[in-house]
Write a protein that binds this ligand. Structure first.
Ligand code: ASP
Length: 439
């Protein structure tokens, strides 16, 4: 049995957190590959080292003095080294970083040093080998991740290295320059290492005990999700459930390697298992609820629209020409509605409307703003009759007016559009009916 263990920034923010992590790793021999993030916040007022690095580099880039800021970053690491009583000095590394900042090595290089330095400390603390991610994770010249080349090089390297630390978040282009993933990208590194090392489980350790059925800012103490499929997770993450980076599932998904989200501060909790598919019946009909505010709908009417071939394409072309992606397109006999992100749409509004008029010649167009979309997701919905009925009667009881309904052909989710102001009430009503009352 082999496992990759990835630890997030809050799990590695201080020497005490490092000690918890050390205990977790030593408790299971299978935990042979470790992917650390940069030190995160020690408390709510603290700053993540990654943000400190971006800010410090911005000073270097505009030729301002940055010594004080870089020294503050060094102090964060020194505190960890001293707290763990390690015989390790990062003086040389910091001299190289200082020089490279002066040479304007780029903000990706700057940000990547957070994980790089934490990786050196982690390897020293555990007695594992340190593998610089820049030597094994590759991007092409346009900055796109190169999965095949990476897998080839990384697999070969790990085959010779039974225990290693590979820092998260970055790799390098073929010319050697450092490139990072998007923020939170250490999750992706964990997945890449899991695939290359052919491990049995990818454990992703963070500061919560996995995914919750609903947002705890809306529902008090929501229940956790024990098992979720990759597809369900995609739906929920897209709608704002953020525990894991969206792209982290792709490398392991094809390999059938499950991801287990765990809590460094509560290591006995089972957390959430993310799997390809499962026979396990979910506890509730729904697996999770997530949503986002800030959409608007463009409602287009035209008599006999239904029989006009190409009408939908012409309408959507107006959005494409203005580089706006649409979320949902429910339609009726003589009406078609397009849901878009309000912030993206607003500045281009009149141009889009003019384009729809020009291309599709509708009878009228009417806009509605401040809408929210809610996704009710669950693999269990397919086998159950009446799920939609229950959702809508719960919403009616909560006095929530439903503006839009969209059920994907996968029957994995039902999307509901409501006014922004009804968002919390709608989520509460749906949670209640499926989880609290279990009607
Ligand atoms: N340290 C990086 C960030 O703050 C990457 C990560 O933690 O995954 O985004």
């Amino acid at each position: 049995m082999k496992k990759v263990v990835k630890f997030g920034g809050s799990s590695l923010a201080s020497a005490e957190q490092f000690e918890k992590v050390g205990k977790i790793i030593r408790a299971d021999k299978a935990r042979c590959y470790v992917v650390p993030s940069a030190p995160g916040k020690r408390n709510s007022k603290d700053t993540k080292v990654t943000d400190m690095l971006y800010n410090t580099y911005a000073l270097a880039e505009s030729d301002d003095a940055f010594d004080k800021e870089l020294d503050a970053i060094k102090a964060r690491y020194q505190e960890i080294i001293d707290g763990l009583k390690l015989k390790l000095s990062l003086d040389k590394e910091f001299e190289v970083i200082r020089e490279n900042f002066k040479k304007k090595a780029g903000s990706d290089y700057a940000a990547s040093r957070g994980e790089f330095l934490n990786g050196i400390i982690m390897a020293n603390y555990l007695g594992y080998e340190f593998i610089d991610a820049a030597e094994v994770i590759f991007f092409d010249e346009d900055g796109n991740f190169m999965p095949d080349h990476t897998n080839e090089v990384l697999s070969a390297r790990l085959a010779d290295t039974p225990k290693a630390v590979v820092p998260g978040f970055y790799g390098a282009k073929l010319d050697g320059s450092v490139k990072t993933f998007s923020r939170g990208g250490s999750d992706i590194t964990g997945s890449i290492v899991a695939k290359a090392a052919h491990v049995d489980v990818y454990e992703n350790w963070t500061d919560v005990s996995g995914f919750l059925i609903a947002d705890p800012r809306i529902i008090d103490n929501p229940k956790g999700i024990d098992t979720i499929t990759y597809r369900e997770l995609r739906e929920l993450s897209y709608m704002g459930a953020t525990v894991l980076h969206e792209d982290a599932i792709f490398p392991v998904r094809k390999e059938g390697i499950p991801i287990n989200i765990r809590n460094t501060n509560a290591p006995k909790d089972n957390g959430t298992w993310i799997v390809e598919s499962t026979c396990q019946k979910p506890k509730y009909v729904i697996t999770g609820i997530a949503g986002k505010k800030g959409f608007c709908s463009i409602n287009i009417e035209k008599d006999l629209m239904n029989s006009e071939i190409g009408f939908g394409r012409k309408v959507l072309q107006a959005f494409e020409e203005n580089e706006i992606s649409f979320e949902h397109v429910p339609s009726g006999i003589d009406t078609m509605t397009v849901f878009v992100h309000q912030s993206e749409f607003m500045e281009k509004e009149q141009r889009v409307l003019a384009a729809i008029h020009k291309l599709a010649h509708p009878d009228s167009i009417d806009l509605e703003s401040d809408l929210a979309l809610i996704a009710v997701v669950g693999r269990g919905m397919r086998q159950m009759r009446g799920t939609a009925g229950r959702i809508f009667s719960a919403l009616a009881h909560a006095n929530v007016n439903v503006k839009m309904i969209d059920q994907g052909s996968s029957e994995l989710n039902i999307i509901i559009g409501v006014k922004n102001e009804d968002f919390d009430a709608a989520i509460r009503a749906i949670y209640n009916i499926f989880v609290e009352i279990q009607l």
